[in-house]
Design a protein around this ligand. Structure first.
Ligand SMILES: [Zn+2]
Length: 120
């Protein structure tokens, strides 16, 4: 199911970018390094991160789950926001990617995180 881990642009949802010139790292797709504007970069897999913060959204748009638990996770210097598979995460939890989900039926793919310890 390699296709299942890629988003609409063909990128893996667990991939980040590393600048070839200044080694800055980032997650969300950009055509240039946000620090030095270099267009030379490579991708690498994000393995295990730490949950920095989370929130539970109870009022969601049509067809989006409620309650929707969203986590802010740090993978080294790379930070990203993703849906949590755990309903009751804790700040400081180790997290990893748990595949992806469709925000809406037939809609774009988004990353989902889960606790590594498996107690969530
Ligand atoms: Zn750079």
């Amino acid at each position: 199911m390699t296709r299942g881990t890629r988003d609409a642009d063909g990128l893996r949802v667990d991939e980040a970018f590393r600048c070839g010139d200044c080694e800055n790292e980032w997650y969300y797709t950009r055509n240039r390094c946000p620090d030095c504007q270099s267009a030379t970069f490579s991708t690498y897999r994000l393995r295990e991160g730490e949950l920095v913060a989370y929130t539970t959204v109870n009022v969601t748009p049509p067809d989006v789950r409620s309650a929707n638990v969203l986590g802010l996770a740090a993978f080294g210097d790379v930070r990203l926001i993703a849906q949590m598979s755990d309903d009751d995460p804790e700040v400081g939890d180790s997290v990893r990617f748990a595949g992806q989900y469709e925000l809406r039926e037939g809609g774009e793919k988004r990353a989902r995180l889960t606790g590594v310890d498996g107690d969530g």
